[in-house]
Ligand binder design. Structure first.
Ligand code: ASP
Ligand code: MG
Length: 473
């Protein structure tokens, strides 16, 4: 049954207004003619941010401000509906659905305003309303093209743990639920349009997978339904050799391996949520990144092995909003548990640790975290090491917020000598000061820490050094 199944995900910009939704619906319809197709959609672009603002407004007691956001969302979705859906009956049905979702949102905002308290659980409910508004709209747009379609809320499909705001899927249960709900629809030639971003705990409590999590939803469902492929429709041509806003010569990479793509996502290339590839690795399901605004372009195919290219370096990436934290001083030399305690603390606060470097003199452990995670990480570390700091066993916990991490990525760098030399040579030529360096033993990337202001010079210098403008588009 699942032979010939593709899961297609449309990001916020790909469903950003009526025209975009019409385009997405066409792509879905075409896909559904060729084989079975399950669509996964994000909220219309900007909507999740506004919902989060509304939730925060409510938290400060400003319930009417939050309700005003709900009303503006109603207007936005109704206007898209009016442009897209001609059938009166379908409009009435859709309006009822949108009303119900918005009423739920308003109730949660009112409750939050009353209590002036915003739990992660309520935040999940409010922030995921955008997907629940969008999926019925996209589904109706697919019907408008003469296909059968049904909007499905992922609370019915994706089972997660209870970590609100960044929940992890439980694949066995997700598989059972997804197949039971989706396969009968496909058998009846009904195209399911599923809400991205959200799931539910085994007891049915709504959770979200983290910002940008709809990509993850798509691959979770791809794996759960044994799909042939997952296509992430977005607003760029694929995975590029570098961020084109920073490096004008950046090129689309035709094929890239899971490892390389994950490395790029992890190091801040915005095309994929970092967890996206996890669910599909075991089954080896290919994932495409394609541009819904230029569907004629073939995009980037992410495969288990990728494609060998000479030189080994595939792409460059940079994360800018990084904070470097260092724990150390001569006092930690020989203290056996500092490393362990440091990273169990970062794990406890679920900080996203991007790079770790420790010199062999053991004077200093330094690591980079997303700046969003920095404050709570530092607070937790100060608490963990309070006694040691008092007794000068640990001399300092230092924080530097103005840094960036640049990574040179390529699976086949492994075994190609001279990449590190070329990298640091290029930095020397550009006059970029290196603060810390890390290369994993997997040799899929060389990453280094520099001052934030040097990012553009570093990327341009490296792009030139490795001849990345010559990759085939
Ligand atoms: N709408 C959610 C967000 O903006 C999920 C997504 O777009 O992937 O984070
Ligand atoms: Mg998104």
């Amino acid at each position: 049954m699942s032979a010939g199944l593709q899961v297609m995900k449309f990001g916020g910009t790909s469903v950003g207004d009526a025209d975009c939704i019409a385009r997405a619906a066409k792509i879905i319809a075409q896909g559904a003619h060729e084989r079975h197709c399950v669509a996964v959609v994000s909220a219309m672009s900007g909507v999740t941010n506004r919902l989060i603002e509304a939730a925060k407004m409510a938290q400060t007691g400003n319930g009417s401000g939050a309700i005003a956001v709900m009303e503006s969302l109603r207007a936005q979705h109704e206007s898209a509906m009016t442009a897209l859906i001609k059938n009166e009956e379908e409009r009435a049905r859709l309006r009822k659905k949108l009303d119900a979702v918005l009423a739920e949102g308003s109730r949660f905002c009112e409750g939050t305003a009353l209590l002036r308290e915003l739990s992660p659980r309520t935040m999940d409910t409010i922030s995921s309303l955008g997907e629940r508004l969008c999926a019925p709209l996209v589904s109706a747009a697919v019907k408008e093209l003469g296909l059968q379609s049904e909007a499905v809320e992922a609370t019915e499909l994706i089972v997660t743990d209870e970590f609100h705001g960044g929940a992890e899927p439980q694949m066995e249960q997700t598989r059972g639920k997804s197949q039971a709900r989706i396969l009968p629809l496909l058998e009846r030639r009904i195209v399911p349009v599923v809400t991205g971003f959200l799931g539910a705990t085994p007891s049915g409590e709504l959770t979200t997978l983290g910002r940008g999590g709809s990509d993850y939803s798509a691959t979770i469902l791809g794996a759960a339904l044994d799909a042939d492929e997952v296509i992430i429709w977005t607003d760029v041509n694929g995975v590029l050799t570098a961020d084109p806003r920073l490096v004008a010569e950046a090129q689309t990479i035709p094929e890239i391996s899971y490892r390389e793509a994950a490395e790029l996502a992890y190091f801040g290339a915005k095309v994929l949520h970092p967890k996206t590839l996890r669910p599909v690795v075991q089954a080896g399901i290919p994932v495409w990144i394609r541009n819904s605004f230029s569907p004629e372009k073939s995009g980037t195919k992410i495969t288990p092995q990728g494609q060998n290219i000479r030189g080994g370096v595939k792409a460059l990436t940079a994360i800018r909003d990084v904070t470097l934290i260092s724990v150390g001083g001569p006092g930690i030399v020989g203290l056996p548990d500092v490393v362990g305690r440091t990273f169990s603390t970062t794990a406890e606060v679920r900080a996203n640790v991007l790079l770790i470097s420790q010199s062999s003199s053991q004077n200093d452990i330094c690591f980079g975290v997303s700046s969003a995670d920095a404050q709570r990480t530092v607070e937790a570390l100060r608490k963990e090491f309070a006694q040691d700091l008092d007794h000068h066993k640990v001399e300092h916990i230092r924080v530097d917020p103005h840094i960036a991490i640049v990574a040179v990525v390529g699976q086949n760098m492994c075994g190609t000598p001279g990449i590190a030399g070329k990298t640091f040579n290029a930095m020397g030529k550009e006059g970029v000061n290196l603060i810390a360096i890390a290369q994993g033993s997997s040799e899929t990337n060389i990453s280094f820490v520099i001052e934030e202001q040097s990012v553009v010079a570093a990327l341009r210098g490296l792009h030139r050094e490795f001849g990345l403008h010559k990759s085939a588009d």
